[in-house]
Design a protein around this ligand. Structure first.
Ligand code: TXA
Ligand code: MG
Length: 340
């Protein structure tokens, strides 16, 4: 299959909508990461996404909407917590898990009776959903297991020949996938951290949010998981990543001992001169938003440089940084060396 790579404009947006309405799949920009979109109500179209990504069949897709009317098509019931969160954070990088609406295909939700819904703020994503007139199921536009793509070129690297059209809307503003929260029970449950933080949402809801243990810990053998996406090895470049949890001085000492040919540092911006291995910097220390914006493109950069291993500086574990830590932990397959 030939893949068309097109800058976002009126014409390419119309072509994307036509393809999607006809049951095909298209890669589109969003403010978090690029997605592969299809009509969420069309099970056959949704199956094409799973095939193109090599995605496990039991991992449901987030449904993307452009207005409030679509929310009531996607979800069977919108409770007060969902309303408050939508009001405060939409359009934006927050996915809310609610009871599934009838029209959404079983394939989209991998057979679950719940659905994750979000209204993206990216203007191109908004225009495409609106032109389609139906909610769009869309996972991140990477091959399953690879780092999520934050620019159209990274989508092309994974998806060339696997789908008919990639819409180039420039670099993604936020760089990590949406926050995922379930409001199915009285105490909301954070399933995936993102740019919208637990602290932000607690302030809006006026109550505590529970945090899924799968965010910062490896699942035990056979343990049930609420968000199926959390159980797979994820976001991984070719290089074997190890997180070093310690000060810059400890990090510098550690890599002197263990660094070898083909080993890189995934360090904070400004530290490059203090380290004795080649470096890829993923943003300033303590700046979670900047790190979120840069992390996935840095993981892909390690691949482009042929890195065989990389030692990563450890991000903070709260606010937006929790999202960065969560993705890096999975990229590292939970390898963490604690020096403090
Ligand atoms: O920012 C994003 O959310 C991007 C862009 C394209 O919108 N999409 C994205 O999709 O990250 P994906 O498929 O890579 O991740 C979806 C996550 C998975 O962890 C999945 O298990 C979870 O959301 N999820 C979706 N529906 C769910 C449901 N009904 N219950 C629990 N978890 C669900
Ligand atoms: Mg993904």
């Amino acid at each position: 299959m030939e893949t068309i790579f097109a800058k976002a404009d009126e014409q390419s947006i119309a072509l994307a909508a036509e393809l999607i309405k006809n049951g095909d799949i298209v890669a589109i920009p969003t403010e978090t990461v690029y997605g592969i979109a299809a009509d969420a109500c069309n099970g056959e179209a949704i199956k094409k996404i799973f095939k193109a990504k090599g995605r496990p069949q039991d991992n449901p897709l987030i449904v993307h909407i452009s207005d409030e009317a679509m929310l009531y098509e996607a979800a069977a019931y919108v409770n007060d917590d969902a309303k408050k969160l939508a009001e405060a954070f939409w359009p934006g990088p927050l996915t809310i898990i609610m009871p599934k609406g009838e029209k959404i295909s079983a394939e989209n939700c991998a057979g679950l009776d719940s659905v994750g819904v979000r209204m993206p703020s990216d203007p191109v994503a908004h225009a495409i959903i609106k032109a389609c007139g139906v909610p769009l199921g869309a996972p991140s536009a990477n091959l399953s297991g690879k780092p999520s793509p934050t620019c159209a070129e990274d989508v092309m690297a994974d998806m060339d020949g696997r789908l008919p059209l990639i819409i180039d809307g420039g670099e993604a503003l936020r760089g990590v996938e949406s926050t995922v929260i379930s409001v199915l029970e009285d105490t909301p449950l954070l399933l995936r951290p993102g740019y919208v933080t637990k602290e932000d949402m607690e302030a809006v809801l006026g109550k505590k949010i529970a945090v899924s243990s799968a965010i910062s810990e490896k699942l035990k053998e056979g343990e049930a998981v609420r968000s199926p996406g959390m159980k797979y090895k994820h976001y991984a470049p070719q290089a074997e990543i190890t997180i070093i949890d310690g000060s810059l001085e400890q990090f510098a000492e550690y890599i002197k001992q263990y660094g070898k040919e083909g080993t890189y540092c995934l360090c904070f911006t400004g530290e490059e001169d203090k380290l004795e291995l080649p470096c890829v910097a993923y943003g300033h220390e303590h700046d979670g938003a900047e790190q979120a914006h840069m992390l996935f493109s840095c993981l892909r950069e390690l691949d482009r440089r042929g890195a065989r291993a990389a030692f990563a500086r450890c991000p903070d574990k709260d606010g937006v940084s929790l999202a960065v830590y969560n993705r890096l932990l999975r990229a590292a397959a939970f390898r963490v060396v604690k020096l403090k």
